[in-house]
Design a protein around this ligand. Structure first.
Ligand SMILES: Cc1cc2nc3c(=O)[nH]c(=O)nc-3n(C[C@H](O)[C@H](O)[C@H](O)COP(=O)(O)OP(=O)(O)OC[C@H]3O[C@@H](n4cnc5c(N)ncnc54)[C@H](O)[C@@H]3O)c2cc1C
Length: 360
C-alpha cells in the first residue's frame, strides 16, 4: 500500500479575496490548520466592489434567496467579531435600499416586482427620507439591505488572518490540484507542492484556470467599472433604471458596467461615461461634484449568477467556493461558515443544493 502523503496542513485555501480570507478565518476559528495560498493580481473583485448588501434587489429565487437574506443578516455579528479580534470596526450601513422610479413605466415595473418585505414610498415620502432624491416619483424601499465598506472589511480580514497562528500564508500561484481519496495536492507555479485533507478553490474569476478544478471552468470574468465622487449627498444606497449609487463615508460610488472582456480590468472612457450618466440620473446632485476616481474589477460569474459551494461529488477532498458573481461581498461571511462546516464535517445550516458545483 502506498504511504499516505505528508499533510502540509489540514486544509488549503486557494485565493485570498474576501471569500478565501473569510473561509480561512472561519476554519482557524474552528481550530483547523490552514495554508492560504494566494497571488495578488489586477482586477481582483473584493477590493473593487461597491459593497452592497442587497439580497432584496440582486435577487435569486428559492433557497438561494433565503441564503442571501441570511448572508446579509450574518453581517452584524461578523463585524462585531472582527472588531473584537482586530480592533477594526468595519462600517456597515443597514438603513435600507431605495429603488427609485423616474418614470410612470418605472413605477409600474417596480411595484410589480417588489418583494412582500419591501414597502412602496410615494414621492413625498421618498423626499422626506432622502432629500437628494426629491426628483424621484417614488421608490421601493427594502429595509435591512444596505452596504459594507468592503475595503475596510478586506483589511480587517487580512489582519485577522495574519495574526492567526493557525493560518500560514503562501504567496504563489496555484496551477493545478490533484484530488485523491483522502487528501488533495496542490501544485504551485514556484514548483512547490502542498497537500491537505481538504482543498478549497476560492480563486475568484481565475478559478477556472486551475487544472483539475474541473467544475470551476463554468466561472468567467465579468468586468465592472465604478466611479467615486468626492461628495456625500445621500444616506441610502439607491438603484435607478441603469445603475446604482452607494454612500461610503465622504465619497459616493456609482456603478456599474457588466462586460464580457476576458481578464482585461482597465477602465474605458465609454464605460466611465455610462456609469456617470446612470449615477447622475439617480442623484443629480452628483453631477456638480468633482469626480475623484474610476476603477474596474472582475466579477467571478456563473451561468445562473449563483455561487458554487460544495465538494466535487467524486472527489470530496476538493471543495468549491467560487463564482459568487454579483453577491460575493454579501455572501463572504456566511460562505466562510458553510465551508468551515463542510471541512469539519459539521451539520450544514443551509441547503446548498442550488449551489452544487456540478450543476452546469
Ligand atoms: C465592480 C464590482 C462591483 C461589485 N459590487 C458588489 C456588491 O455591491 N455587493 C456584492 O456582494 N458583491 C459585489 N461584487 C462582487 C464581489 O466583489 C465578488 O463576488 C467577490 O469579491 C468575489 O470574491 P473572491 O474572493 O471570490 O474573488 P477575488 O476578490 O477576485 O479574489 C480572488 C483571489 O484569488 C487569487 N487567485 C486567483 N487565482 C489564483 C491562483 N491560481 N493561485 C493563487 N491565487 C489566485 C486572486 O489573485 C485574488 O486575490 C462586485 C464586483 C465588482 C467587480
Amino acid at each position: 500500500m502506498p504511504a499516505a502523503p505528508k499533510l502540509t496542513s489540514e486544509a488549503i485555501v486557494v485565493g485570498g479575496g474576501l471569500i478565501g480570507l473569510a473561509i480561512a478565518a472561519a476554519l482557524a476559528e474552528r481550530k483547523v490548520s490552514v495554508t492560504l495560498i494566494s497571488e495578488r493580481r489586477p482586477g481582483e473583485a473584493s477590493p473593487a466592489a461597491a459593497g452592497m448588501l442587497a439580497p432584496s434587489v440582486e435577487r435569486a429565487s428559492g433557497p438561494a434567496h433565503d441564503f442571501g437574506i441570511a448572508a446579509r443578516d450574518r453581517y452584524p455579528s461578523f463585524v462585531d467579531f472582527l472588531a473584537e479580534r482586530t480592533g477594526v470596526r468595519v462600517p456597515v450601513n443597514r438603513l435600507g435600499i431605495l429603488q427609485v422610479a423616474l418614470s410612470e413605466k418605472g413605477i409600474r415595473g417596480l411595484k410589480k416586482t417588489a418583494l412582500p418585505t419591501s414597502r412602496w414610498l410615494n414621492a413625498k415620502e421618498l423626499k422626506e427620507l432622502e432629500p437628494a432624491l426629491s426628483h424621484g416619483l417614488g421608490a421601493v424601499f427594502s429595509p435591512d439591505d444596505g452596504a459594507v465598506d468592503n475595503t475596510i472589511l478586506l483589511a480587517a480580514l487580512e489582519k485577522l488572518c495574519a495574526a492567526s497562528d493557525r493560518i500560514r500564508r503562501v504567496s504563489d500561484a496555484v496551477i493545478a490540484v490533484d484530488p485523491a481519496r483522502n487528501s488533495c495536492t496542490v501544485r504551485a507555479q514556484s514548483g512547490a507542492q502542498h497537500t491537505a485533507r481538504r482543498v478549497v478553490i476560492s480563486a475568484g474569476a481565475w478559478a477556472g484556470k486551475i487544472t483539475g478544478a474541473r467544475f470551476a471552468r463554468a466561472v468567467e470574468p465579468a468586468r465592472g467599472q465604478l466611479v467615486a465622487y468626492s461628495a456625500s449627498p445621500l444616506r441610502h444606497v439607491a438603484y435607478g433604471p441603469r445603475g446604482y449609487v452607494v454612500p461610503r463615508g465622504v465619497v459616493t460610488i456609482g456603478g456599474s458596467t457588466m462586460e464580457n472582456v476576458g481578464f482585461d480590468s482597465n477602465t474605458t472612457a465609454s464605460g466611465v461615461k455610462k456609469v456617470r450618466t446612470a449615477a447622475e440620473e439617480i442623484c443629480p446632485g452628483l453631477a456638480s461634484a468633482q469626480r475623484t476616481d474610476a476603477w474596474a474589477g472582475l466579477r467571478p460569474i456563473t451561468p445562473d449568477m449563483l455561487p458554487m459551494l460544495g465538494p466535487d461529488p467524486e472527489h470530496p477532498s476538493l471543495i468549491y467556493a467560487c463564482g459568487h458573481s454579483r453577491n460575493g461581498v454579501l455572501m463572504a461571511p456566511l460562505t466562510g461558515d458553510l465551508i468551515a462546516d463542510l471541512v469539519t464535517e459539521s451539520p450544514l445550516s443551509h441547503d446548498l443544493s442550488q449551489f452544487r458545483p456540478d450543476r452546469f
